[in-house]
Write a protein that binds this ligand. Structure first.
Ligand SMILES: CC(C)(COP(=O)(O)OP(=O)(O)OC[C@H]1O[C@@H](n2cnc3c(N)ncnc32)[C@H](O)[C@@H]1OP(=O)(O)O)[C@@H](O)C(=O)NCCC(=O)NCCS
Length: 471
């Protein structure tokens, strides 16, 4: 195969330093986020083909925070070439005004509010409203929103039969993908995605029904009867009630656990254009049913490199078993010939401590304290592992810090959730983020079907060989 190699020189046509990078440590200063398309700056970049001397000028676009982007939308039409970026490490796939992450500084903002403030001072229903509507609700708006969510928590009775079709030992994420996908069959004709009212009802249904679906997946796996939602309970209380109560006796939700559950939901609510969110956007870009798009997001979240990591962290801690074995596993994580990775460490965007991990760590102590769990061996092991890894030159040089999944598994285990439910809880909480991002895309008049290009490296056109002539 012949390979053509062209070297380009990219030159910035204004002598400004990277203004966006300079702002990164100062995320609250430029707070003029708009929900409209990003603004073009006066800067351009010139692309020069060093073989022919041909030049192309590319516009540079400003966001309100974060790196500027080079607009390559007309690149193919102008140059006849594609850009190449597998894994999207340098590619912005959309405009968004929902979530901002500064991975170098460890900052996460939802609609401009720091995640630490939201976790400490707000609750999940407020965060849902904020993600969907762009502003924190006033009391009247919050009361109405909570009412709208509460009154959509029940599932169509026919849906119970879906559960019976699964084996009892099915992974609850498999059940989630199936049942949430099946919701599209119940709400297809009533979901006209061009109608704002119907979009809003779909948003409410998804956020409201997810705890019921998740709790039922758990109940089914342990052979207990499904527990119906209760409208007098908060979102987190209701989920704990549907998961842990049985018809035979009264179940009282402990306030500290409800608060911890609510905080876990807040910490997982959205995280800009990660794999599952991009999956939801890509699925939705064709105009597909939103319930089916969320099922696609759940499938993407399931993998151990994404939402499946919380389950993988606990399995890893159990496998390590004792502090004495930590050095052995650290060495394995560093060995390029060993597929083992330290689960709950590293992140595509964060090259600093994940701010969610800090809140999660504090929550973890609160929950263990409330439950009277002292000297929990897994927590001690996790803390020792974190300490050793944070001092190890390999992890320091590669900027591998604990992420949100590192501590969430320990809390969830203490709360009595089986490991197989960990990613389900992540999916439940992330549904609002998926729905907000899907809505933002549908409401963007410039959105088009997502259709990436490729660098083809297969055969060139060749003659068909009849079967009797094939070797
Ligand atoms: C999250 C993750 C998928 C990010 O992947 P990514 O952005 O593609 O980063 P890479 O896989 O290119 O990793 C960069 C380097 O760090 C190393 N690395 C990343 N995470 C690591 C980990 N958890 N343990 C050991 N080494 C790790 C890689 O081997 C790679 O080394 P190299 O440059 O010598 O090849 C990755 O860090 C990971 O697999 N973490 C564990 C799973 C996890 O906790 N996921 C939850 C994310 S919220």
């Amino acid at each position: 195969m012949i390979v053509f190699r062209i070297t380009f020189m990219l030159r910035c046509n204004e002598d400004a330093t990277s203004a966006r990078h300079q702002q990164s440590g100062n995320a609250t200063m430029n707070n003029s986020a708009t929900s409209s398309a990003a603004e073009s700056s006066t800067r351009t970049m010139t692309l020069i083909d060093n073989a022919t001397g041909r030049r192309w000028e590319l516009p540079i676009i400003d966001g309100s925070l974060g790196p500027q982007v080079v607009d390559v939308r007309k690149f193919y039409a102008d140059t006849g070439m594609f850009t190449y970026d597998p894994g999207f490490t340098s590619t912005a796939s959309c405009d968004s005004a929902i979530t901002f992450i500064d991975g170098d500084e460890g900052i996460l903002l939802h609609r401009g509010y720091r995640i630490e403030d939201l976790a400490a001072k707000s609750d999940f229903m407020e965060v849902c409203y904020l993600l969907l509507h762009g502003e924190l609700p006033n009391l009247k708006q919050k009361t109405k929103f909570e009412h709208d969510i509460t009154y959509h928590t029940m599932l169509h009775e026919q849906m119970m039969y879906f559960y019976r079709g699964f084996r009892r030992d099915s992974h609850p994420m498999a059940i989630m993908v199936g049942v949430v996908g099946a919701l599209s069959a119940f709400y297809h004709d009533s979901t006209d995605i061009t109608d704002p009212y119907q979009r809003m009802v779909a948003q409410h249904r998804l956020i409201a029904k997810m705890p019921t679906i998740a709790a039922m997946a758990y109940k089914y796996s342990i052979g207990q009867p499904f527990v119906y939602p209760r409208n007098d309970l908060s979102y987190a209380e209701n989920f704990l009630h549907m998961t842990f109560s049985v018809p035979a006796e009264e179940y009282k939700v402990r306030p500290v656990l409800a608060r911890a559950m609510d905080r876990i939901f807040i910490l997982h609510a959205d995280h800009e254009q990660n794999a599952s969110t991009s999956t939801v956007r890509i699925a939705g870009s064709s105009g597909a049913n939103p319930f089916a798009c969320i099922a696609a997001g759940i499938a993407s979240l399931w993998g151990p490199a994404h939402g499946g990591a919380n389950e993988a962290v606990l399995n890893m801690l159990q496998e390590i078993g004792h502090k004495d074995r930590i050095p052995e596993f650290i060495e394995r994580a560093k060995d390029k010939n060993d597929p083992f990775r330290l689960m709950g460490f590293g992140h595509r965007v964060y090259k600093n401590y994940d701010p969610r991990a800090k809140v999660m760590q504090a929550s973890c102590y609160e929950v263990l304290d409330e439950l009277g769990i002292q000297d929990d061996p897994l927590l001690e092991l996790a803390m020792e592992l974190e300490k050793i890894a944070l001092e190890d030159p390999y992890f320091v040089e590669k900027k591998l810090f604990p992420n949100v999944d590192f501590y969430s598994g320990i809390i969830l285990k203490a709360m009595n959730f089986p490991t197989s439910m960990f990613t389900v809880l992540f999916a439940l909480a992330r549904t609002v983020g998926w729905v907000a991002q899907w809505t933002e895309m549908i409401e963007d008049p410039s959105h088009r079907i997502s259709r990436p290009r490729q660098l083809y490296n297969g055969y060139a056109q060749r003659e068909f060989v009849p079967i009797d002539k094939r070797s």
